[in-house]
Design a protein around this ligand. Sequence first.
Ligand code: ADP
Ligand code: MG
Length: 858
Amino acid sequence: MDAKLTPMLKQYLEIKKKHPGEILFFRMGDFYEMFFDDAHTASKALSIALTSRQNDVPMCGVPHHAAESYIARLIKAGHRVAICEQMEAVPSSGTVVRREVTRVITPGTLVEQNLLQSDHNNYLASVVEGPDRIAFAFVDVSTGDFHLSSMAHSADKYRGELARFSPREAIHHSMNGADDTVLGYLKSRGIPVNRINEWLYDVEYLTSAIAEAFRLAGIKGLGMEDPLEILAAGSILEYLKDTHKKAFGHLKPPRRIVASDYMALDEATIANLELVHNSNDGGRERTLYSVLNRTKTAMGRRLLERNLLQPLIRADEIEKRLDTVRLFHESASLTADLQDRLDGVYDIERLIARFVIGRCTPRDYLALAASIEAALETARLLEGIPHELGARIIAAANECKPLAKLIGEVIDDDPALSPEQGRVVRPGRSAELDRLYDLKKDSKNWMVEYQEEEKRRLEIPTLKVKYNRVLGYYIEVSKGQSSKVPADYFRKQTLVGAERYTTGRLQSFESDILGASQKIAAMETAELESLHGEVLAQRPGIQELAEALGEIDFHCSLAVAALENRFVRPSFNDRGVMNVSGGRHPIVEKYYTREVFIPNDVRMDDSGDFIKIITGPNMSGKSTYIRMAAIIQLMAQAGSYVPAASAELPIADRIFTRIGASDNISRGESTFLVEMNETALILNNATHKSLIVMDEVGRGTSTFDGLSIAWAVVEYILRYIRAKTLFATHYHELTRLGGRRGIVNYTVLVKEHMGGVDFLHRVVPGAADRSYGIHVARLAGIPREITARAQKILERMEKTNRAGNAPESAGEDDAGEQLEIFNAANHRLVQAIRALDIDTLTPLDAMNELNRLKKLVE
Ligand code: ADP
Ligand code: MG
């Protein structure tokens, strides 16, 4: 069929050859058309009609002005879209206009506002797996954010990193000798993975690619020396070259995430503490983020999310944030005024990306100008306030001020979407432009006057002067009157009942008008282009302004949330003391309690008790209590005030949580395996500076299995890690560990009465009475016979357990003793040794016996 193809389809196929993996949007006039397989795919995904052209070529199309919403649906459905534009108005050679792919749209490279959520970054990741380390680069093209990090090749670390950035798309590469574990993981999380050419992964080449992208002579100034990181950063730029065709000049230089600056959070902890997604439906409501989010700008929202997922670990930086929050906390009326102004700030970070990529409308200029104006007012409010952030805003806003003024002078208050569609430039900007517009406006009057004049002259009362797009301007006279038409009328068209004419005067009027329209479009386009240049020249200043506004907004938000929710400023110590009085769980308090939330204290101390075993009946508040401790610690290190009457805290190097695995069941992993994976992660990574929160460890298996594991875990933490640990458990037996130095028992109070039990939610020293479960059963209406019988069974089991089957406390904590859970094995060993008669043993017997004994303890 090739021979029969039109030149246009030939051009199509040539371009399509380079984009086999994308749906090609082929611009034809006012439409984007799709052909062949793309047409089939798109018509199904978009439910639009499939038609066929000559040669039975299947095709479908979408109007160019509505393309964004169609693209959105294709991207959501997992497709990639290549946009192919007409690069000229008329063919410069041959019979078809030149066309080029100007952009490839993929989930990780979006800049379209309606494809993005304002409170979320939209990251593309580049992952490079080395033999023992992994490097990540993350870029949000829509904001210009660029982050870089590298780490040891451990599941805990890379999963945590991916959970924090939650990339929408990734590119992946494994170095020689490295495996593909991260690749497998990305796929299992449903993140689309792409590749770029293998041979591009060359340190020297990518080094120069990075330097070129940031217009630098070398990359020394970026602090990048690690070859793995260079590969990650460079490869992401290469990928962007393919998708954005070099239009990514707004990327900020990569920010290296230095492990010693931030607390690493693992995937489970981010999920368990419901920092940014709730565990019900994954939404952002009822999360720590939603408690703290009183931001007014998109920059503030994204910064809040980032900061919650990246708590600090350096005391000076935490205090600096807290100082800023205090400033706004103490002056509520200033903060209210600031927030008022911030409300007028648009998503400038994403605006600037659209300017760079060239997808900006005249309205975007107005949004930018309005934001700069709002920033100037914000700056004015901060004048005289001795704070570095104030100075930053003032400097940045003043730098952008002339641009805002210029935009105000150029762009009309209510501009059309483009110069082709109507007026864009403000009256008064250019005398020539205003004259042309007047000419256009006068044309209507002129037509009316001319019509009246001709009616009178020719005595044809039905004569009309009209315009249509095909014919242009013409005079219409009905058939019956056409004999009255004079010789200076030239016939243009004959209809059934009328004749259409033109005249010399009408023709010169027409050329004036058409000329004016063309001139207007050209002049307005030129004005826009020069304004565009101005915006691009100011890009770094605008980006700095956006960042500073985000910072202000973030801190104001924390201050307002603190005021609304009665949070206090935490203080920090390096003595390992955690002393929280009247602590509350911010999410449960705000969203889940019908009456008041009962505050509780948390006291732990490196040199005293640092492990708390919390027992208590179901629904008493164990889980809430231990999560509260973790959340307060995390909030404090994110620079926020905390829900407590007072809080004195150590700085935790990490916060670990092991909490219910129910939500993982849907992923098909066994609950118990997940639980043990998470527990192993904690035991292998926690230090004495960590905070560990464990909820019902061991629940996923049989009672004795679970109990022994829980017991051994607590012992291990006590002996080898010495991390502050809150351990909620329904294994009552664990309270026997409570006597050891470093471990203390807590229980949640319940009040018994005739009807059953009331939950007081108060956490106090001591161990729970083990029979509350039966009380609760009674409360729930289980028949009395059953609860009475259960009580008996419980008592009997308790007796047998005490007799030796159950875990015994290994007595007071004593040095050198091995971890022991059950004594039975020891007994067997001791008995065997006792039975040995050294006198009668030959050396060979002794060897055999030793071998047997060894087997006993293996
Ligand atoms: P447990 O882990 O002991 O089964 P939870 O911590 O899940 O108990 O708490 C059960 C419910 O009790 C929570 O959903 C919450 O509504 C309520 N609750 C817990 N702690 C408190 C508290 N301190 N004040 C008020 N209500 C609380
Ligand atoms: Mg619980």
